[in-house]
Design a protein around this ligand. Structure first.
Ligand SMILES: Cc1cc2nc3c(=O)[nH]c(=O)nc-3n(C[C@H](O)[C@H](O)[C@H](O)COP(=O)(O)O)c2cc1C
Length: 189
């Protein structure tokens, strides 16, 4: 399909039962026609180290960067840790921001979503992540925002999204994100 949009999604949590991984799976499930989300697992992306990078990207990093380059857009589901971006999310962004002259994230349409058992639904973590995208020159969608608060009530024990309101909002978010990616893709053509 000519209008098909390929999105690379990753969650900033390595936890098997992560709400943010569950949210990404739900996004893949609820994506509108033409939007395809592939979830990338960050298990094999080590902590950023300039010496390691100088010797050549480790396989997990090379695969991550390649997946971003091949995608039309990137969707990140991030938790919030101590009112900020967790290291797992930020570390992945840091690798993908290199080399600065030809970064996989540069001019890439991106979307941020997130989930937390708390009442702010990862708002501060998302907000801080936006700042990083100023430096990487990524095109981060300004609105809508998707803040899944009280996440433990929105997913079942298997990590399936069971809250109708959240599912409806997620679908609306993804329609907006598809439009955002299309808009920027058209601008580049
Ligand atoms: C070190 C640490 C700090 C946390 N800080 C916050 C926080 O600032 N705000 C918040 O809403 N939740 C906070 N939490 C709770 C996380 O939102 C919760 O553990 C969540 O399930 C993590 O996302 P995940 O389920 O995708 O792994 C924190 C958890 C940890 C482990």
């Amino acid at each position: 399909m000519a209008d098909r949009i390929e999105v690379l999604g990753f969650a900033g949590s390595l936890r098997k039962a992560s709400y943010n991984r569950a949210l990404l799976r739900a996004a893949a499930e609820h994506a509108p026609e033409g939007l395809h989300i592939t979830v990338f697992d960050l298990d094999d992306v080590p902590l950023y180290n300039g010496d390691v990078e100088a010797a050549g990207d480790p396989p997990g990093v090379a695969a991550f960067k390649q997946a971003i380059r091949a995608a039309d857009g990137v969707l990140i589901a991030t938790p919030e840790y101590n009112h900020g971006v967790p290291g797992v999310t930020k570390n992945a962004v840091d690798w993908a921001s290199r080399p600065a002259s030809n970064a996989a994230l540069a001019r890439k349409p991106t979307g941020i979503i997130g989930a937390s058992p708390g009442i702010t639904g990862s708002a501060r973590g998302q907000s801080q992540l936006r700042q990083a995208f100023e430096f990487t020159n990524s095109y981060c969608m300004p609105q809508p925002e998707l803040l899944v608060f009280r996440a433990h009530e929105k997913f079942d024990a298997e990590g399936k999204l069971i809250d109708q309101g959240t599912a409806d909002f997620l679908r609306a978010y993804l329609v907006a994100f598809a439009d955002w990616v299309r808009l920027l893709r058209a601008g580049r053509a």
